[in-house]
Design a binder for this molecule. Sequence first.
Ligand code: SF4
Ligand code: SF4
Ligand code: SF4
Length: 447
Amino acid sequence: MLEIIKGVLNPLRAGARLLRSKAITFNFPPTSPLTKSFRGRQLYNPETCRNCSLCDRVCPNKAIEMVEREKDGEKVLQPQIDFRKCCFCGLCADICPTGSLQLTNFPFLLTMKDEMLVYSPEKLAEVPELEHPKEPKIKNIVSWARSRSLWVLFFFTGCCFIEAVPWLSSGFDMERFGLLMAHSPRHADVLIVGGYVTVKTAKRIMYLYQQMPQPKWVISLGNCPMTGGTYWDSYNTIKRIDEYIPVDIWIAGCPPRPESIGVAIVHAIHAIQNGYTGKKEEVGSQKEMKVPKIEQEIFTNEEQIFIPFGPQHGASGNFHLGLNTVGETVKEALVYPGYLHRGFEKLMEYRTWLQNIMIVQRICVLDGAPYELGYSEVVEKLAGIEIPRRAKYLRVIQAELSRIQSHLLNIGLVSGASGLEAIPRIAWGDREKILLLLERLTGGRVY
Ligand code: SF4
Ligand code: SF4
Ligand code: SF4
């Protein structure tokens, strides 16, 4: 009993100490590793691997492919990981009977060519190391000025949003790079697309991209816009954002850590200083894009006025309503749902209990822990499993911390939308402390 009380009180004491401490300011460039507990890139040991393919079979995102290699004169199968798909759930490492595949705490996976994110067994066996971008030669004063005054348009639909938010906060402080948040695409130089993209949302993204002036750059954040990520088999999400708009930098992760966004931004700044003006060859080739050009709503006649409401989500819209009105009378209300629909019920039908946890966590992008808790309790009840008491307490603590961080996020969102710019910076800066605690408890900041 005493042990249980100690086990619960210790993390609570550590949490209280952290929350009482001053605001955190993050160093940049980041040192690696950032924390001990983060679930990051795998490290593979081909010497101890039994080539059993269990890691491949357990992976919920089909991120692992067994590829043929020669070992001691024999052909064997070894894992290759596609980090454009991996959600760092850790199931492959958990199931590996020999410990040949282990998660490290390395989070930086970004590139200008997304195929570089497919790691062969040989590359997986290399100890990961962060390479900081080298200072470039400044081409001319225009490119230097451009690189230091980038205005960023955030377009977020899903969970990746909550790991970009820290850059707006006091802790990460994107203004130190000369970056400002643009409130209109017509003022923006950089578009960051983060999170899963549904078919309807893709149209909005194209619309925004078309309105941005030249030169413009696009950063794709997280695995969903690269391959569909966790929703690789969803019927309502698109699998490659670059089939619709050109992408300059890909950041892998699910979600990527905020530090990775900073590294990507520094890469972009250096490339722009060097004279890079985005993927020009693709600009203006909208006719080749697969989604048809956006049609504007048309007023049918002088008496009748069409009033669109939404999509009202901060980025893309959960819901869009169109009202046909005559004078002050609403004649017809047209509903356009499905902007964020991923069809997770359908996807969960044929995944295993364990594989479904990755989807359940992501149902609510702001506060996933209570969903995971409810789901786990149901599975345990069905299977007749009784978990230790200490685990029960820790789960509740995790769910509470997750709830508090989601409230801080929302306080910042609501006050920011009301024009109180200082409050999001403070609230999201304090939220970092809770994310640090969650990371120590679970290995993930958000999931
Ligand atoms: S998604 Fe999970 S199981 Fe698949 S490779 Fe990534 S960590 Fe391993
Ligand atoms: S890494 Fe582990 S699970 Fe994967 S094939 Fe080798 S021994 Fe099996
Ligand atoms: S599922 Fe992963 S990659 Fe997709 S939006 Fe959520 S965190 Fe980002």
